[in-house]
Ligand binder design. Structure first.
Ligand SMILES: NC(=O)c1ccc[n+]([C@@H]2O[C@H](COP(=O)([O-])OP(=O)(O)OC[C@H]3O[C@@H](n4cnc5c(N)ncnc54)[C@H](O)[C@@H]3O)[C@@H](O)[C@H]2O)c1
Length: 383
């Protein structure tokens, strides 16, 4: 085995996603397994260069993980010819500027979603990347979750017959931050800082719906800020200016209807933090992050509506668990591996900045639909 190093500037790795999912669960996990086996006698060895604004936080992070390279000077890191890839998990509002610089410096780019605050910005990044001829990718981690991979397997196997509808329920209670600390950063609740559940979650729903069921052709959304006052990381009260719940209906190419509730203001009475129920003519499924249960038409009960007597059947017990039949890796790591293979071996990769722009478009149109109180068509995104 020969070892080939790929140097990755990782910006925003002191944050929630950058640290846990991208640095620890993806890049460091790859190093723990000896690097990425490229299958051609070569191993790709990712070498992270931590980038950020706060020197003490970066140094502490590097020391904690036995890493030696970190910098608060993004321009200098981008000017370093030995750096191959720029990765961005900063707050969303800082993303466009940094990625624009990285593209200009000729780095390959891998980034968290949403790629920009609006469609115009997202398309501009995709255009610049195309012009420069760099390789680019956008995180679409939900596609790599075991539950959704099982759902995809069911679709590919023809389990559903014609798919009629998809109902998604995403959410949990995010504490206000006064008597218990909030478990999400406060910028998520301020529109002026790039926050809001539509901007956060609609990009995910766009690629999940598109890749599994069909492109979204129209959106109708209602949004709310149910909790108007929260407390930040310093314990200071602030006004929540962004939406913390979104109720969306999406028409899909092929005719299915999707309805997805997204909320940081609901309490969970579900098996997982997100669940999608898919109903088809031949069967139905409920998929979560990890699990997936099915009910075939042949095993579908025939309940009769009668509120005068207690329920006679245990409906939840009438479903069957879909077996794993495979080993599932962390979804973020699985997508990183494909991106690294794209960079190293030129393998195809379609979760790129143009795909990312579709997610930004759906968020933009979702918010506009809510503001205008009407359903909006979703035109196909092209460069
Ligand atoms: N793929 C997913 O499932 C998923 C989930 C949550 C968040 N995200 C995305 O990941 C990104 C980071 O979210 P997070 O929850 O980790 O946020 P976070 O607040 O925990 O981390 C943000 C990072 O950006 C840095 N930062 C903060 N303010 C900055 C500024 N003004 N300029 C430059 N850098 C700044 C912070 O130091 C930190 O490293 C967001 O774009 C978010 O949309 C993706």
């Amino acid at each position: 085995m020969t070892r080939r190093t790929v140097r990755i500037a990782m910006n925003g790795v002191t944050g929630r996603m950058g640290h846990r999912q991208h640095l620890v669960r993806s890049i460091l996990a790859l190093r723990e397994q000896g690097g990425l086996d490229l299958g051609n006698g070569e191993t790709l060895w990712p070498e992270p260069v931590l980038v950020g604004r706060r020197e003490h936080a970066l140094r502490a992070l590097a020391e904690r993980h036995g890493l030696t390279e970190w910098s608060t000077d993004l321009d200098a890191v981008l000017a370093d010819d030995s750096v191959d890839i720029y990765f961005d998990a900063q707050v969303t509002s800082a993303r466009v500027e940094a990625i624009t610089k990285a593209i200009a410096a000729g780095k390959h780019v891998y980034t968290e979603k949403p790629t920009a605050a609006d469609l115009a910005g997202a398309l501009e990044l995709a255009r610049l990347a195309g012009e420069k001829g760099i390789k680019h990718g956008v995180v679409q981690d939900k596609l790599f979750l075991p539950g959704l991979l099982k759902l995809k397997r069911l679709i590919d196997g023809g389990f559903f017959g014609e798919i009629l509808s998809v109902r998604g329920e995403f959410g949990y209670w995010v504490f206000e931050g006064d008597w218990q600390d909030a478990q999400r950063p406060s910028w998520n609740y301020r529109a002026e800082d790039g926050g809001g559940i539509v901007v956060d979650m609609f990009p995910h729903w766009e690629y999940v719906l598109h890749e599994l069921f069909g492109r979204v052709t129209s959106v109708s959304a209602h949004v709310a800020t149910h909790v108007p006052r929260r407390w930040d990381e310093q314990g200071k009260p602030y006004e929540a200016t962004a939406d913390d719940a979104a109720y969306g209906i999406f028409q899909l190419e092929g005719g299915a209807i999707a309805q997805i509730n997204s909320s940081w203001t609901v309490r969970v009475h579900r098996d997982e933090l997100v669940e999608f129920q898919v109903d088809g003519t031949h069967g139905s499924a409920v998929a979560g992050l990890r699990g997936c249960r099915v009910q075939h038409r042949s095993a579908t009960p025939k309940p009769v509506w009668n509120p005068d007597i207690p329920a006679t059947e245990s409906f939840r017990d009438q479903w069957q668990e879909v077996p794993d039949n495979a080993e599932f890796d962390n979804g973020f790591k699985a997508q990183w591996e494909l991106f690294l293979r794209h960079v190293a071996l030129d393998e195809p990769y379609h979760w790129d900045l143009l795909a990312g722009a579709r997610g930004v478009q759906l968020a933009e149109l979702g918010l506009r639909s809510a503001a205008e109180g009407r359903r909006l068509e979703v035109p196909e995104v092209t460069l």
